[in-house]
Ligand binder design. Structure first.
Ligand code: AMP
Length: 220
């Protein structure tokens, strides 16, 4: 089973992925997380991706598809893709890789969130630099300002969550990623969920889609 979570930055793909991957035994592949880890490790890939990520631009397709190909064993095939594909080129190369392996996408779940709400969520998000716990200064601040409740690590804003870069990322989503909605609708694997609801409500809706797939397929 291969499930793609599609949605603007801030729509909750990471939050939902954490729940879904453990509930359904899917390997969570989050390209943004991978790039951040590579940048922190100062690897060759990280050096190549760094300026794009910091500026809120997309990393070039060839780098992304090569990286994903290296992380995906399609034959073993139970994946939750979070943040990939993000362009038509990436979607087409994923289709080709899957076709070669006689595999296919089970479902694309689009977390639909109005731009203004996405902007609010991104600019108020804070993350623990040590353990990755996610906070929000408006709705879920850490108990002690700047310190993680779980590990006391430093809670800070992602460089690309600043107002200017968040706005750029949302524009990139509109221009380059939103065409994927029509692309996957045409393939009839598209489902849409209202991402403006509370995270637990969104999880329920997404699970209903995946449970429906399992019924059709007679199991994962
Ligand atoms: P995210 O954490 O998903 O918001 O991704 C953070 C950043 O990583 C993006 O703004 C891009 O610079 C880069 N990135 C993540 N996934 C992709 C992708 N599929 N294609 C190109 N760039 C990506």
């Amino acid at each position: 089973m291969i499930v793609i979570l599609l949605g603007a930055p801030g729509a909750g793909k990471g939050t939902q992925s954490a729940v879904l991957s453990s509930r359904y035994g899917l390997t969570h592949l989050a390209t943004g997380d991978i790039f951040r880890a590579e940048i922190a490790a100062k690897s060759t890939l990280g050096e190549k991706a760094s300026n794009y990520v910091k500026a809120g631009k997309l990393v070039p397709d060839d780098l992304v598809t090569e990286m994903v190909a290296g992380k995906m064993d399609v034959a073993a095939g139970k994946y939750l893709l979070d943040g990939f594909p993000r362009t038509l080129n990436q979607a087409q190369s994923l289709d080709q890789t899957l076709a070669k392996n006689k595999a296919g996408i089970s479902s694309v779940i689009y977390l639909n969130l109005p731009q203004a709400e996405a902007m609010k969520r991104l600019t108020s998000r804070r993350i623990c630099a040590s353990c990755g716990e996610v906070y929000n200064v408006l709705t879920r601040p850490p108990k002690t300002e700047g310190a993680c409740d779980k590990c006391q690590g430093k809670v800070e804003q992602r460089v690309d969550d600043s107002e200017a870069t968040a706005a750029k990322r949302l524009q990139v989503f509109e221009d380059l990623t939103s065409p994927l909605i029509a692309y996957y609708k045409a393939e009839q694997i598209f489902n849409e969920v209202d991402a403006s609801k509370r995270p637990e409500e969104v999880t329920k809706s997404v699970c209903a889609v995946i449970d429906g797939l399992q019924v059709k397929a007679g199991g994962v």
